[in-house]
Design a protein around this ligand. Structure first.
Ligand SMILES: [Zn+2]
Length: 384
């Protein structure tokens, strides 16, 4: 009887799924949950541990991530510490390799190379045990690439995808490398590292860059931008962008425009969007409302990515964190919920991740950050 019921249930499930399945085009995927993604949208929430998502859920009636039914936990450690920084924490997603804290797109051997001959390394920083990144592979294959952040675009997380230097503080060199690569979209802060005002050499990289790219500097520029095939460079602050309450443009608007530009590439794209500032609220042990403002800004950007993936089913949306910041916990203070922190630095706690769309289910479960990175590398390699 049980067997018969199961068979009946199986028939009903098949009937229901074929009735509900959308039309499958060439290479298309049923409800965007299987197969090879053509587009990847990777959201990195800097410092975003479980308590950060809890704070967001208390602030908002519903969250975009609730649409993402594939979930897991990430073991975030780096090559030289149980507690990673954002440079090693992003390099591992960009390359599939764990490295030392502070490294941008380069491997563990770079430290010994620097100790042996620092002058040689500083003459050519990109040659210091460089790791192949998902952006290197994508660019070689004609796949679109984009970086969006609410920090300077030369800051650790975006830099790890588009540059290779031994130390994260080398932001002028990172800007030089980002300007020289053909990355299609750069949106965030950090104008001073490109226009010369924050560079020891005072070089203005925008003169050359903007002769071939659409260059924007205000939220109004972004709102009226119409995508063409040129590179898109929007630098909206001299260094870091403002905090969420007064930030212009918001992360969701930058994400929308990045997708409009990258969606033009028939070969697909890899877009990395960082919610940079939950980490900073955590470092400064700020009140819960400030953490919530950053998290709602981040989740609003994820909603834009999920809407794109619903319209374009060959898209994978993955939301990860590089590490947790502050050891944030949520406690009752009188009759209100309040933030309590255990540190002003990062912690080694596992962080939650969420996946949606083409190829999402392979990310389910407990994953090391390097496994996640390797799977992203594999996805882009398979697209060549
Ligand atoms: Zn941090």
């Amino acid at each position: 009887m049980i067997v018969a019921l199961r068979k009946l249930a199986a028939v009903l499930v098949i009937a229901a799924s074929s009735a509900c399945a959308p039309a499958v085009g060439t290479g298309g995927t049923v409800q965007g949950t299987a197969g090879q993604p053509v587009n990847v949208i990777l959201f990195i929430g800097d410092g975003v541990g479980t308590a950060y998502w809890t704070a967001a859920r208390i602030a908002a009636d519903s969250l975009a991530i609730e649409r993402m039914r594939v979930m897991g936990l990430t073991d975030t450690r780096s090559d030289d510490s149980y507690v990673t920084d954002s440079a090693a924490g992003a390099t591992v997603y960009a390359t599939g390799h764990r490295t030392y804290n502070g490294a941008i797109g380069v491997g563990p051997r770079c430290q010994a190379m620097f100790r042996a001959d620092s002058a040689a390394v500083m003459r050519n920083p990109a040659s210091c045990d460089p790791l192949e990144s998902v952006f290197d592979i994508a660019i070689g294959a004609g796949i679109g690439t984009g970086l969006v952040a609410t920090s300077a675009i030369t800051h650790a997380t975006p830099a790890s995808f588009g540059a290779k230097v031994p130390f994260r503080r080398m932001q002028p060199e990172i800007a030089t490398q980002l300007a020289a690569t053909p990355i299609d979209v750069l949106l965030g802060g950090g104008r001073g590292f490109f226009d010369g005002t924050l560079r020891p050499d005072s070089a203005n990289l925008l003169t050359g860059l903007c002769s071939r790219a659409a260059c924007l500097s205000t939220a109004a520029d972004l709102a009226t931008y119409r995508a063409d095939d040129r590179r898109l460079v929007g630098l909206f602050a001299q260094n870091q962008m403002e905090r969420a309450a007064v930030r212009q443009p918001l992360l969701a608007e930058m994400t929308r425009v990045a997708l409009e530009r990258l969606g033009r590439n028939p070969r697909g794209f890899f877009l990395m969007v960082e919610g940079s500032q939950p980490d900073w609220r955590g470092h400064a042990n700020e009140p819960l409302s400030e953490v919530q403002a950053e998290m709602v800004d981040f989740d609003d950007a994820i909603a834009v990515g999920l809407d794109f993936a619903r319209r374009n089913p060959q898209t994978l949306v993955l939301v990860v964190a590089d590490h947790e910041t502050g050891g944030l916990s949520l406690v009752m203070q009188g009759d209100t919920l309040a933030a309590r922190y255990t540190t002003d630095y990062h912690t080694g706690e596992m962080t939650p991740h969420f996946a949606y769309g083409a190829g999402a289910e392979r990310f389910a479960g407990l994953r090391e950050n390097r496994e996640v990175g390797r799977m992203l590398v594999e996805i882009v390699r398979n697209r060549r």
